[in-house]
Design a protein around this ligand. Structure first.
Ligand code: NAI
Length: 464
């Protein structure tokens, strides 16, 4: 029987990053993955392909709406949907191939197939059983189902996020159920491709839990881009044929059930942890009430030598949270001090403009009775944003009213997903808004808006 120090189950961002760190720390490591390619949901059917489509359709939007005013005249490009999907597949291939290269480079064995854990210290893949001192479960998540709605990605009428990346053609009418991250990113893609997109959302605001100012501004901007919203609507079911669907919802405020017609329905109402086939029941691994693997502060399950990270445990279902846990658990296994600061995990929506948040929201802090100060700066006052026609949005920084320590931030605007990291670093170092305000920021950059928001926590922004 081959034996390892660590076998990681699942080669998504949590699993493959964990395997690399284990190998770097001198542990003999293998990774189990049943998909044809490495990289998990994120690289194969999630973050990366959606970003390729968001990028391609953003270029189209620019050509259709903004080129002429910059003196770029001529016919806008027409859409070759199959070619766009090939471009996306090429991007996926480069990324998954990159992970395979990294496995080889770090001498990590890829055990191809689906894993089960017959006993602590053993992992079975196909007919082969391997001995291992440690197991890291990084089996991820899958789209959660909605009662009364049957997803069929093959027919392509009622689809989840995976099916939405592979639609045979661009639909005329698309209904998106759920105004969360997936619904808004993929809804944006199809709206830019010319679909009439209607988002049906149970709550009264988009992206539940996000900063309220951002939610309001975000929805307005998306409406300007042509997305329609039906808020406060609980979807009860979908009736589908092979070519069309009817989405039925109940308005929260009461009244009769309403029906909306669609050529394609995207179900984007959340994801659930995935641990099927691992044999966790028989192994006696404790689960939470929400179906996640229960872990302690060092990602250990109740079974000695078995750890779990990423979407399959509690916390936000984000690739970078899984990566951080993957590195940290490797450190723990190697006898070092793995650590993740759950208070500083950014969240990003990759629409145009991007939306990025970190730390606590103003409302949550106020609800706790904390005295806070808020500094806000609009991209209207940012020269660079104006030069590229992306002056919609703002930076908002929330600080402790007495100490000026940064407690959270939200950005809606160009490159928000990159800019948020300045605030993340500030928070990691316990910085004050004044620390950010006293840091020289290059001109002309979008990041100046972060400094201006920090200035407005004190004596005031300059360009407001
Ligand atoms: P989500 O939890 O972000 O949003 C789901 C939305 O569906 C919520 O607003 C909810 O109120 C609504 N909803 C639920 N049931 C409903 C019903 N019956 N009728 C109407 N509305 C209903 O889930 P989403 O967008 O599917 O994303 C899943 C996970 O994947 C999330 O944890 C997300 O963070 C992650 N993800 C992250 C991305 C990123 O970081 N850019 C991109 C894509 C996914």
């Amino acid at each position: 029987m081959s034996s390892y120090d660590v076998i990681v189950i699942g080669a998504g961002p949590g699993g493959y990053v964990s395997a690399i760190r284990c190998a770097q720390l001198g542990l003999k490591t293998a990774i189990v993955e049943g998909r044809e390619t490495l990289g998990g949901t994120c690289l194969n059917v999630g973050c990366i392909p959606s970003k390729a489509l968001l990028h391609a359709t953003h270029q189209l939007h620019e050509a259709e709406h903004n080129f002429a005013k910059m003196g770029l005249k001529g016919k806008s490009p027409s859409v070759d949907w199959n070619q766009m999907k090939s471009y996306k597949d090429e991007v996926i291939g480069q990324n998954t191939g990159g992970v395979e290269f990294l496995m080889k480079k770090n001498k990590i064995d890829w055990l191809k197939g689906w894993a089960s854990i017959p006993a602590a210290g053993q992992v079975k893949v196909g007919d082969e059983t391997y001995a291992t001192k440690n197991i890291v479960i990084a089996s991820g998540s899958v789209p959660s189902s909605l009662p009364g709605v049957e997803v069929d990605n093959d027919t392509g009428v009622v689809v989840d996020s995976t099916g939405a990346l592979e639609l045979p053609k661009v639909p005329k009418k698309m209904v998106v159920i759920g105004a969360g991250v997936i619904g808004l990113e993929l809804g944006s893609v199809y709206a830019r491709l010319g679909s009439e997109v209607t988002v049906v959302e149970y709550m009264d605001a988009v992206c539940p839990g996000m900063d309220k100012d951002v939610q309001r501004s975000f929805k307005k901007i998306l409406e300007k881009q042509g997305l329609n919203f039906i808020m406060g609507a609980a979807v009860q079911g979908v009736d589908a044929t092979k070519t069309k669907a009817k989405v039925k919802y109940q308005p929260k405020k009461g009244g009769d059930e309403v029906v909306v017609d669609a050529d394609v329905v995207l179900v984007a109402t959340g994801r659930k942890p995935y641990a099927e086939g691992l044999g966790l029941d028989a192994l006696g691994v404790k689960m939470t009430e929400r179906g996640q693997i229960a872990t302690d502060a060092k990602w250990a399950t109740n079974v000695p030598g078995v750890y779990a990270i990423g979407d399959v445990i509690e916390g936000p279902m984000l690739a970078h949270k899984a990566e951080d846990e993957g590195m940290a658990v490797a450190e723990v296994i190697a006898g070092k001090h793995g650590h993740v600061n759950y208070g500083v995990i950014p969240g990003v929506v990759y629409t145009t403009p991007e939306v990025a948040t970190v730390g606590a929201t103003e409302d949550a802090l106020k609800a706790e009775g904390r005295k806070v100060k808020v500094g806000k700066f609009s991209f209207m006052g940012n020269g660079r944003a104006k030069a590229v026609g992306q002056a919609d949005g703002f930076v908002k920084i929330i600080v402790d009213a007495e100490t000026d320590r940064v407690l959270g931030a939200a950005i809606i605007g160009p490159a928000a997903g990159d800019m948020i990291h300045e605030i993340c670093v500030a928070m990691e170092f316990g910085a004050s808004a004044e620390d950010i305000a006293l840091t020289c920021h290059a001109h002309p950059t979008y990041s100046e808006a972060v400094r201006e928001a920090a200035l407005s926590c004190g004596d005031g922004a300059i360009h407001a």
